[in-house]
Design a protein around this ligand. Sequence first.
Ligand SMILES: CC(C)(COP(=O)(O)OP(=O)(O)OC[C@H]1O[C@@H](n2cnc3c(N)ncnc32)[C@H](O)[C@@H]1OP(=O)(O)O)[C@@H](O)C(=O)NCCC(=O)NCCS
Length: 171
Amino acid sequence: MENIYVRKSFVNDIPSIEELYKRVAAIEGALARTASEISRGYIEYFVSKSISDGIELVAIAENPGRIIGDIHCYRNGVGTFAHVLGELTIAVDPEYQGKGVGKLLFTELLTEVVTKCPDILRVELIARESNVRALHFYESLGFKREGRLVKRIRSVHGGFEDDIVMAWLRE
Ligand SMILES: CC(C)(COP(=O)(O)OP(=O)(O)OC[C@H]1O[C@@H](n2cnc3c(N)ncnc32)[C@H](O)[C@@H]1OP(=O)(O)O)[C@@H](O)C(=O)NCCC(=O)NCCS
């Protein structure tokens, strides 16, 4: 793999993160949002929430020096859920998928939780049932399937499919 490193995100990254999400969302069935639903407001919202009350990491390819991956999650602001990081989304540039970037981002995120966030006990995510590779990937990282939200998400080919709720728990 070419030289890729991971760092925390900054507000200045917002335009590059927006470009990344538009590229990833252009692939059918990858993200819940379509490319036209990736607005500047959506990116600004999750970047600011992740910086103030969560974690966001970006992967940078040194050559050409751009953001090629993002992972973020944050607390929901309610005290009784202060031990939970949720709303997790991960996106890797289609040109760089399958090269270990997603694994790198997730591993760094969980290391950050384990070493620097002792008050976080749970990290939650939701993935559509048809995203089989992603579901197996999350299981390989220690996430467990906890439940199924029946017909929660619209399918690429019409109709609806189930969303799978997964969580990683601090040991
Ligand atoms: C899912 C995703 C984050 C994985 O990141 P990645 O950098 O492609 O993955 P890695 O190369 O680190 O490989 C890790 C695992 O992810 C899985 N994976 C690889 N490419 C994938 C792809 N295009 N889609 C889904 N899963 C993929 C593989 O099972 C792999 O496991 P393996 O190493 O045992 O083969 C990335 O492919 C992506 O952004 N996909 C589109 C958006 C998406 O599906 N987001 C998640 C919504 S829940």
